[in-house]
Design a binder for this molecule. Sequence first.
Ligand SMILES: Cc1ncc(COP(=O)(O)O)c(C=O)c1O
Length: 410
Amino acid sequence: MAKHYSALGLASSPFANAIGVAHDNAPVQPVTLVRPHAARRAARFFVEKFPGTSMYAVKANPSPDLLQILWDSGITHYDVASIGEVRLVARTLPEATLCFMHPVKAEEAIAEAYFTHGVRTFSLDTMEELDKIVRATKAAEDLTLCVRIRVSSELSKLSLASKFGAGPGETKELLFAARQASDALGICFHVGSQAMSPDAYAQAMERVRLAIVEAAVTVDVIDVGGGFPSSYPGMEPPPLERYFDVIHRAFEALPISYSAELWAEPGRALCAEYSSLIVRVEQRRGDELYINDGAYGALFDAAHVGWRFPVELLRQPESRAKDMAFSFYGPTCDDMDHMAGPFMLPADVKAGDYIEVGMLGAYGCAMRTAFNGFGVDAVVEVSDMPMATLYDDVDEDAGRSNVVRLGARG
Ligand SMILES: Cc1ncc(COP(=O)(O)O)c(C=O)c1O
């Protein structure tokens, strides 16, 4: 993989030739930038500060390079949701512990995960799924079964409250049955992605407490799922330590055995800062910029759920124009390839300019399709800082020692 110091340098330098993406010294297709140091810093933060085991939710970004970085930084457990993810992680990190946390799985996938890849932890939210797991594993006696309960998503930006999770009337029977079929019994939930308040976890843990009391079963694992936020325009969450404190206090107060384990499944928080994208403006019409990536590329969330990502004009000398609000059109022929934003950029942005779109490491680069023949030509490692961070005051030296400061960002 090619390496460079910063997005700004890459968009304008002869270096572009070296990565083979340009005829005129600048990238013609979008370029994905990766920041291994940012992923390392996030992983170390969770490993050191989360009061339990952090397993990475692979769906957020399945890049094998990223998986290796997280492993090297101490993340040993991986939340996988499909047989494809099971195979990928088993191949990339043969020593890793895999937990199959999708509540609705193909029976063949469960069997392959158990017998071929050594997976022992599975989640479920119905009796049917429990029966399926028991059948597929031939009534194995070494299973950790996590019953997913339904909790509110009201404090999160993306709901995960409708599709999965046993409701209050269903958990007693399910916990009881799962207890009989398992070596270790867990309870898991997901508060929704980008939880903007630690209270989301306090409320969910209260649901867990009620479920345990009602079912009167011994619980060995409490898995608080994902939902840990990252920082985006208009979405600046409290420090992650506050989330960890709330979770720790609630966990300590649960009626569970003293040896019970606490797990989490962070996706977004571990990888959002890992990637960004350089796009080119191909045309400007008023406050609409036609750029070369969009809804079918890394900007799915910007188009479909109105997510606002940070943007920066990569121009030197810097524009002196005031910022104004723009929206983007992506490169395909489809009207839906539209990102409303608003994206704040200098008012003199014009065709031919390059823009860095930041914080695309989670559910950004992972969503890319090849629709209409558009895609990226290059992935380049950079060592400047991500456009936003939740790990700013953490481990200063480790994050910045190799950073070459160019332009406004450090
Ligand atoms: C079961 C499960 N765990 C973890 C995650 C990761 O969530 P997040 O990226 O919000 O941390 C997801 C996301 O959809 C999920 O479905």
